[in-house]
Design a protein around this ligand. Structure first.
Ligand SMILES: Cc1ncc(COP(=O)(O)O)c(C=O)c1O
Length: 431
């Protein structure tokens, strides 16, 4: 088959000091990376060890870890209590083919925080949780179509990828793409028009209330209320994707908005650093995967609800109580303010909410990859580790002194990048 992509492919002979090569001379991992989301434009350092808010790499650098494995490590690296829970659970076996006690415990902890919802199904990732929630919604409504907001990210299941636009949709069938209606963020009229054009076609509306990849701009209260009202009126399932945003409130960001989802998907921090995802939902909907009901939908996952993820997650969630959620959100607010004080004149801003931060050129909704990577490296050079798309997250292992340090390093990195004349941004373009 002809290869039409213009992407550079690492071939035998390409020199990357960090890549290891297979017998035919190719890097063992495509492009030299185990996850495409690691990519920073140049060979990346490798993690060697982490402790609390610090991480050390193979180049001998000590970094403040504000990546936290893409927001997973809510209590920082190698938290002693979580590590102990994981190890003591592991001593009895890594996973079993029958239910386990920690699964109940984590389900109970989650539901205590989400009192409007009744039941939980664990998965191995946020991707799987979203994929399962969509199938539950389709099963319950006997409808196929799904509404998403443009530019959002809900993992890499097929329906979810459509939100990312044309480039993210390569490899999907036309049928999958046609089943998804992407609506511009916060465009209430577009949402209403999409639903009302064919209200009985839609199984679900999926919302991330603070979509990172769409610029880390909050969804407006009115947009959320409209989605809730339309969903209720037309029997559409409202799925709120809290894979990241669960950290922003004791009952997730939906609790802060006062909106009740029918299904809530989550993951990341609720596994204490181990693979996890969860669909939390109303009993009437979760009945779709109740195996005691004839004709229920298949839901498995060999590692779903494995005791190590569950036990580690239970410690992580118990320790992230209302007071810690508040403390971390306030720390985030102060950090944002401190950086903004220093970068506004250079035409940049730090966006986000609570413990999630992202530096962008002021008003930009999309930031060119080269600018993102430039900021990643400028931060790295100052001993600050963010995500390649510049999402920073705080962990409870951080205090005011660390947050000030993050603010100093980030502001300095932003000023360096802002001074470049090729900082590529697309202003006003989320549509
Ligand atoms: C909002 C949202 N949904 C789903 C996912 C997918 O989660 P995972 O990477 O665990 O598959 C992510 C991952 O970043 C996310 O941010």
């Amino acid at each position: 088959m002809a290869h039409t992509s213009t992407t550079t492919i690492n071939r035998p002979g390409d020199v990357d000091p960090h890549a290891r090569f297979g017998p035919r001379g190719y890097p063992l991992l495509p492009g030299g990376y185990g996850r495409s989301t690691y990519y920073t434009g140049r060979p990346s350092p490798y993690a060697v060890r982490g402790e609390g808010h610090k991480i050390w790499d193979d180049r001998g650098r000590e970094l403040i870890d504000a990546n936290n494995n893409f927001t997973v490590l809510i209590h920082g690296n190698a938290d002693p209590e979580i590590t102990e829970a994981a190890i003591s659970t592991l001593r009895n076996g890594a996973s079993w083919g029958i239910p386990n006690e920690p699964e109940w415990e984590l389900a109970e902890l989650l539901l205590r925080r989400l009192p409007a919802l009744d039941q939980v199904r664990f998965t191995n990732s946020g991707t799987e949780a979203v994929m399962s929630a969509i199938r539950i919604a389709r099963g319950a409504t006997a409808r196929e179509k799904v509404i998403v907001t443009k530019g959002g990210y809900h993992g890499t299941s097929e329906v979810a990828l459509v939100a990312g636009g044309e480039s993210a949709s390569r490899g999907l069938t036309k049928g999958v793409i046609d089943d998804v209606a992407p609506v511009p963020l916060n465009d209430i009229q577009a949402l209403k028009s999409a639903v009302e054009a064919a209200p009985r076609d839609y199984a679900a509306i999926i919302l991330d209330l603070l979509p990172n990849r769409a610029g880390l701009l909050s969804i407006s209260q009115e947009f959320v209320n409209t989605a809730r009202d339309l969903a209720t009126k037309y029997g559409i399932v409202l799925i709120i994707d809290e894979v990241i945003s669960i950290r922003l409130g004791y009952g997730g960001i939906s609790g802060e908005y006062g909106v009740e989802p029918d299904l809530l998907t989550t993951g990341k921090l609720i596994g204490g650093g181990f693979p996890v995802g969860a669909v939390v939902g109303k009993a009437e909907l979760m009945a779709e995967v109740d195996p005691t009901r004839p004709g229920s939908l298949p839901h498995g996952g060999t590692f779903s609800g494995n005791p190590v993820s569950m036990a580690a997650g239970a410690v992580a969630l118990r320790r992230f109580d209302g007071a810690e959620v508040r403390r971390l959100n306030e720390l985030g607010d102060r950090t944002r303010e401190a950086v903004n004080d220093r970068v506004t004149d250079a035409g940049w801003e730090v966006r986000g909410r609570g413990s999630l931060l992202r530096a962008v050129p002021a008003g930009a909704l999309k930031v060119g990859e080269s600018t993102q990577h430039a900021l990643w490296w400028a931060s790295y050079d100052r001993g600050l580790l963010g995500s390649p798309a510049n999402l920073l997250s705080l962990s409870t292992s951080m205090d005011d002194a660390v947050a000030n340090d993050i603010a100093d390093r980030l502001a300095s990195a932003v000023l360096e990048v802002a001074a470049r004349d090729d900082a590529t941004t697309t202003k006003g373009d989320t549509k």
